[in-house]
Design a protein around this ligand. Structure first.
Ligand SMILES: Cc1cc2nc3c(=O)[nH]c(=O)nc-3n(C[C@H](O)[C@H](O)[C@H](O)COP(=O)(O)OP(=O)(O)OC[C@H]3O[C@@H](n4cnc5c(N)ncnc54)[C@H](O)[C@@H]3O)c2cc1C
Length: 429
């Protein structure tokens, strides 16, 4: 049985990043994925600007960057638009087939061992090591196992069992998201989405909690919808024939009516796929004896936008950095690995909580927030950056209520007193 310092189960962005940083430190690391790379993954492929923290990302943009977004248009449920234009890119677009494959290649180039096309079936934590069992009957061992297998990760299930946590996220803490990608050609893209490569969202489309999006890559549009599982379950019970696929296809019709999607492209159900997004603000415990979890496995996703790529990379890096410290003494019990739990909690644990607050505010008062943002530059910039994940918790908590109060006083109370209503401007073009 081959022994490694660390075995990573899952080679998506979180697992590949953990493997990359561990290999860079000179650790022996195997990262195992049931898929063979390059592989597709359901995703909008939008990256928040914090991704610039990673040298191996900013030094390799040409490997995967599709477009830089400098304009965002967000519609409220009544189709009032907020149009935000920025001098600097505030959102980057990639496609997961290339991006994930490159992250795997960077880890391998640093010396990590990739084992692909075979799933991790089980693992056993012993006093002095972890035995990892693969579906093909092979076994590996490591000092520590990192669970990076996404929302159904084996290691996170084991931690939940040990900690007596609920075995699954609550339905309201899981977003179900569907998407498809289609090449719309350069002419359509340049004409409609422009050089600024507009990113678009429709908040509470058709009155449902959640949002629809259309993200513009180089010549490919990525279109999708996300909605909490409790809402989807309720609708399926109440409305005969309702399905999330049909909801997405209806959304495409709206995009066509608004001119954001080519009228001559038919989207059929086979093009659509989806996955769950854990939006429960991170697991309350993300480590156990010789175990840790990163990325979606730990529930590290913005509850406001469903964006998890930055957190996947950063948790992978933080896990590797914590292990670098712990390998000096060779102690990997839960209390030692709490080093990692504290690291992510103090870096962006608060952000996840405030983004959950932002989500509830947006679902409760979408039309008011859209109006306040459309009529006030500061509010517009604030909410756009909060939505795309570039706003830290400290700024959110200090400002969110002040900006809402400003909107209420200026655009509701004052307009009542003066009889003058602020009119949301139409889109420039
Ligand atoms: C429709 C949709 C749209 C999204 N849009 C965005 C977006 O625009 N921006 C953004 O930042 N985030 C977005 N997300 C979230 C983002 O996709 C995830 O947060 C991100 O993929 C998490 O990375 P990860 O490495 O933790 O998990 P994953 O990317 O899920 O990778 C997990 C890997 O583990 C492997 N695996 C699983 N089980 C095993 C096993 N037992 N053995 C071996 N391998 C295993 C899988 O094959 C997979 O390769 C979206 C999600 C969805 C579903």
């Amino acid at each position: 049985m081959k022994h490694y310092d660390v075995v990573v189960a899952g080679a998506g962005p979180s697992g590949a990043t953990a493997a990359y940083y561990l290999a860079k430190q000179g650790k022996s690391v195997a990262f195992v994925d049931r898929a063979k790379f390059p592989r597709e993954k359901a995703c909008g492929g939008g990256l928040c600007v914090h991704i610039e923290e990673f040298d191996h990302i900013i030094n390799n943009w040409d490997d995967f960057l599709e477009s830089k977004c400098q304009r965002g248009i967000v519609y409220g449920p009544e189709f009032l638009p907020v149009d935000y234009v920025s001098e600097k890119p505030f959102f980057y677009n990639i496609r997961r087939l290339q991006f994930d494959n490159k992250l795997v290649e960077y880890a391998v180039a640093e010396g990590a061992t990739l084992i692909q096309g075979v799933a991790v079936k089980d693992f056993e934590v012993l006093e002095d090591k972890v035995i990892v069992k693969l579906r093909n009957g092979e076994e590996l061992s490591g000092e520590v196992i990192i669970g990076a297998g996404g929302s159904y990760d084996l290691v996170s299930k084991r931690i939940r069992e040990i900690e007596k946590m609920p075995m699954n996220w609550r339905d309201e803490d899981i977003a179900m998201a569907l998407y498809f990608e289609v090449d719309v050609g350069r002419e359509f893209m340049d004409e409609v989405y422009g050089e600024e490569r507009i990113s678009m969202a429709h908040i509470k489309y058709d009155g449902l909690d959640g949002y629809g999006w259309s993200f513009s890559k180089d010549t490919v549009l990525n279109v999708g919808i996300g909605c909490p599982r409790n809402i989807i379950k309720k609708l399926k019970k109440e409305k005969k024939g309702w399905s999330e696929r049909k909801y997405l296809l209806d959304y495409v019709e709206t995009l066509k009516e608004q001119g954001w999607f080519p009228k001559d492209i038919e989207v059929d159900r086979k093009m659509i796929s989806g996955a769950n997004i854990p939006v429960g603000m991170g697991m309350s415990c993300t480590v156990g004896d010789r175990m840790m979890v990163v990325g979606d496995a730990g529930g590290f996703v913005s509850p406001l936008s469903g964006e998890g790529l930055y957190y996947a990379l950063d948790s992978g890096r933080l896990a590797a950095e914590s292990l670098d410290v712990l390998f000096k003494d060779g102690n990997f019990q839960k209390q030692d690995l709490m080093h990692y739990h504290r690291a992510w909690s103090s870096k962006w644990g608060d952000d996840l909580e405030w983004l959950k607050v932002g989500w509830h505010l947006l679902m409760v008062m979408p039309n008011s927030l859209i109006k306040y943002a459309a009529l006030d530059e500061e509010t517009k910039e604030f909410f756009t950056h909060m939505f795309v994940g570039s706003m830290p918790a400290a700024k959110i908590k200090n400002k969110v209520l002040a900006l809402i109060a400003k909107g209420v006083l200026k655009h509701d109370v004052l307009s009542l007193m003066t009889g003058k209503k602020g009119v949301v401007p139409e889109l420039a073009n």
